[in-house]
Every structure is written in C-alpha cells, then in structure tokens.
Design a protein around this ligand. Structure first.
Ligand code: SAM
Length: 239
C-alpha cells in the first residue's frame, strides 16, 4: 500500500517511520510512504503556502493553489483507486472500523496535512474524505497522518507476525482486549490468574472472553451495544 503525504514539514516523519512495525513494513516493501513537500509547489520566491484570512481574524490559512498543484502532481502517478483524505479536527472520528475501511493493500492513500488555522475552504472539493483523530486540536496534520499510517499498516495482511494479533485486539467484535500477563508469576503481591497457568486452552478461552466482556463493561460499555453475542457466548455469560 502506498501512503502519499502532503506536508510542509516532511522531516517530522523521519524517526516515526524508521522503527517498529511500520519501519519493518517499509523495509519489506509492504508499504511505502512518499513525502511531498507542499512548499515545492508554491510559485513565489519565499515559497509561501499560507496567507491572512479574508475577513480578518487571528492566524494564517493555507493557500489553495500550492495544495492543488501538489495533489495534481501526486495524481499523475497515483493508483486508480487512490483516495484523498484531509486531516481535520472537523472530519469523521477515526475508529478501528474506519482504519479497517482504509486498508487497501494494492491501493494508495493520499493524506493532506493542514497547518496554521487550516486549509482554504475551496480546497475541500479536491478531497474524498476528512478524518479527525480525536476531539482536540493539534498544531498540524502530521501527527494525525502518522496515526492513520500506523493504524492502517498493522491491518495489512502479513504486516503483523501473527494474523490473530490484529483480530484479537481491542475493538474487534466490539470488545476491549482481555487483560494480559507475562513473567514473573507474582508481581508486587499480585498473582497471575491460576487458569492461565492450567494449560487448559478451552478454559483459558472462556476466562479471556469473560475478562474481555468485564473490561469492556467497566471501561467502554457503549461498545457492547454493537456486539452480537453467539449462542455459546450467551450461555457462558449466563452461567
Ligand atoms: N482552525 C481549525 C479549527 O478550529 O477547526 C484548526 C486548525 S489546526 C490548528 C491545523 C491543522 O492541524 C488542521 O488543518 C489539521 O490538518 C490538523 N489537525 C488539528 N487537529 C486535528 C485532529 N484532531 N485530527 C486531524 N487533524 C488535525
């Protein structure tokens, strides 16, 4: 999958894309991230990408022309199914199901990072979608783009070592993941639940399912409204 990122700060992407699962996915050519510097599409000698808002007021607004030119340049070599997403606090809230919707292993996601007070309203007609990573305001779209690249990349088949890792994560099936433990067996006086040491995989499965439901009820009960419990799960819950 190709991620093309339009930004005025391409250097912000250096380190986050080098390490971990995303860095490995790039190394293994499962994804590529092309950084496009919007400043290179400004035409004046100061490479201006922002200007004062019409009507007055604080801050600067990103000019539409460099953005459109940068996007046109990317589109000349883009894959046919390429999707253009503007990062915006006013967009659809990113959730796991939206990350899943964005996965397209042979496709391309073009991410546009705003800065200042945001982009000129007239640029919006050039985008397919607007996504927010949460109800708070960042100084720019770069961190939001990195969040999307990370959340989408780990869902691309073959990126995570174990396919089941993504399938058993929080939000899959509208449940949070069950609590997890590793060595030591006793830590600060707290024991690992006995059943996890039993070797009985059926019992461990039941324990983890019930623990996941409990965790979800306590922390994110609203998720359960979208959960379809199977007949064996319902029987287990009623036991
Ligand atoms: N003035 C805008 C408003 O009140 O809606 C906020 C602009 S923000 C300071 C600058 C840029 O950061 C935005 O254009 C967007 O690209 C990015 N940004 C800020 N918060 C974001 C969020 N929660 N999710 C995604 N992008 C965000």
């Amino acid at each position: 999958m190709i991620f093309s990122v339009l930004t005025i700060f391409p250097d912000l992407f250096d380190s986050p894309l080098r390490d971990g699962i995303v860095g490995k996915a790039i190394g293994e050519r499962k994804i590529s991230v092309d950084l496009v510097n919007i400043r290179q599409f400004a035409t004046d000698r100061h490479a201006t990408t922002d200007d004062r808002p019409y009507g007055g007021g604080e801050g600067m607004v990103m000019k539409p022309e460099p953005l459109v030119r940068a996007l046109q340049q990317v589109r000349t070599t883009a894959r046919p199914s390429a999707r253009v997403v503007l990062l915006s606090p006013q967009g659809r809230l990113l959730r796991q199901d939206i990350a899943e919707e964005l996965v397209d292993p042979s496709g391309q996601l073009i991410l546009i990072c705003g800065r200042y007070e945001g982009v000129d309203e007239r640029f919006r007609r050039h985008v397919d979608d607007e996504i927010s990573i949460g109800d708070y305001v960042l100084t720019g779209g770069e961190l939001a783009a990195l969040v999307i690249i990370d959340a989408v990349t780990r869902l691309i088949p073959g990126v995570l070592g174990c396919r089941a890792s993504a399938e058993n994560d929080s939000f899959c099936g509208n449940l949070l993941k069950h609590p997890q433990y590793t060595r030591p067996r006793v830590f600060e006086g707290q024991n690992v639940p006995d059943v996890l040491l039993s070797g009985d995989h059926h019992k461990i499965g039941e324990h983890r399912f019930l623990a996941a439901v409990r965790q979800t009820l306590q922390r994110r009960p609203q998720l359960l409204a979208g959960r379809q419990f199977s007949a064996p799960e319902t029987a287990l819950l009623q036991r």
